[in-house]
Design a protein around this ligand. Structure first.
Ligand code: 13P
Ligand code: SF4
Length: 354
């Protein structure tokens, strides 16, 4: 549905009043009505880097989810305030690894006698606490666009990786990009004593994958890939690495949201694409490229918005911008100093990856 013209005008006016004081970042999964007001858009890696691009901006309005706003706070100056227009915009995957669970896991690895060999690699989609744990134990953060480089780095530092919290990104990167076998990977289940693994299984593993997943990408199945190939002969299947291994193994191309956009920009006229990622982005791309005669369909018929990304809508954005324009700071995301210092270490290791 088209946006309410009154709200569009209010957002425009508030942004104009704030001028250079505000910097609006928008993740690719945001609604069109929000993307329209973003100064920059990107995947989570690009946004982490871009967050620090405007040190003069007093307010950074982050249109994305909570862990992204935390990372922006960690990577920007203390005098810059990061605002998340709706505090309920969390991420179910990030919630699957808590600080207590991860501390318990480290105890399990210590008891198995392997903690010294293990380097933690945490996906951006994790809380600041998990990033701090990662920094403290010599590890790095990664995103879907640099996971291979992060693993290459980690295996130079140690013999094993504890990959948090997305088992699929961990497994897909290890098997598809690093030439490991499925048998090199074990899954640590935080809801079972000892992670549900024996000490011998832990000692034999190269990749210890945390049992987390994305509730959106986890819904794509091998059937969706087979169905679309049957329905659309010659279709290119392009999926996000948060999809299950069997989906990624059956796809033609795999990559982050930024990669997906670039691949479609470079695609020849007349080509056909089935995309396995969040629906706001797929719809936007289908509309954008229809004029260039590129047929873009959603990989699965099941509607697949990320419900928490979608919580940031135009009314919330207007409320945040108008509050700031009136001198009132709302929904500030602020990571405490100790967590920040260790989390920053891990994020900076990622930013320094070759
Ligand atoms: P990227 O933007 O890094 O591809 O991440 C996708 C995602 O799920 C963000 O929540
Ligand atoms: Fe989290 Fe998945 Fe939504 Fe990304 S798409 S914010 S990983 S639930």
């Amino acid at each position: 549905a088209p946006s309410d013209p009154d709200l569009v005008e209010r957002a425009r006016a508030a942004k104009e009043k704030l001028g250079d004081k505000v910097f609006v970042l928008g993740h690719h999964y945001q609604r069109d009505e929000v993307i329209e007001f973003a100064d920059v858009t990107g995947d989570s890696f690009k946004l982490a880097r871009d967050a620090a691009a405007r040190p003069d901006a007093e307010y950074i309005v982050f249109c994305g989810v909570h862990f992204m706003a935390e990372s922006a706070d960690i990577l920007t100056g203390d005098d810059q305030q990061v605002i998340l227009p709706d505090l309920a915009a969390g991420c179910s995957m990030a919630d699957m690894a808590t600080a207590e669970q991860v501390a318990e896991c480290w105890d399990v690895l210590t008891e198995a006698g392997i903690a010294e060999q293990v380097v933690p690699v945490s996906y951006m989609n994790s809380s600041a606490d998990i990033k701090a744990f990662t920094g403290k134990h010599g590890g790095t953060i990664c995103t879907s666009s640099n996971a291979k480089r992060a693993l290459d780095w980690a295996f130079e530092q140690g013999e094993k990786v504890l990959f948090l919290p997305d088992q699929h990104l961990g497994r897909n990167t290890a098997v598809r990009d690093m030439g490991m076998s499925l048998d090199d990977c074990v899954v640590y289940n935080p809801h079972k004593p000892g992670g549900g693994l024996t000490a011998d299984e832990l000692r034999a593993a190269k990749m210890i994958l945390w049992r987390g997943h994305c509730s959106v990408h986890g819904r794509f199945s091998l059937d969706s890939v087979n169905d679309v190939r049957e329905r659309i002969p010659g279709v290119n299947v392009l999926v996000h690495p948060e999809c299950k291994h069997e989906v990624v193994a059956a796809a033609d191309y795999v990559g982050s949201t930024e990669y997906i956009i670039k691949a479609l920009e470079a695609a020849p006229r007349g080509s056909k694409w089935a995309i396995g990622t969040e629906l706001n982005l797929v719809r936007r791309l289908a509309n954008r490229f229809a004029a260039e005669d590129k047929e873009i369909v959603f990989l699965d018929k099941t509607v697949c918005f990320c419900s928490t990304m979608n919580r940031i809508d135009l009314p919330h954005l207007v409320w945040a911008l108008e509050s700031l324009a009136a001198g009132k700071v709302v929904n500030r995301i602020q990571v405490d100093n100790e967590t920040e210092s260790f989390a920053k270490l891990a994020l900076e290791r990622m930013l320094a990856l070759p």
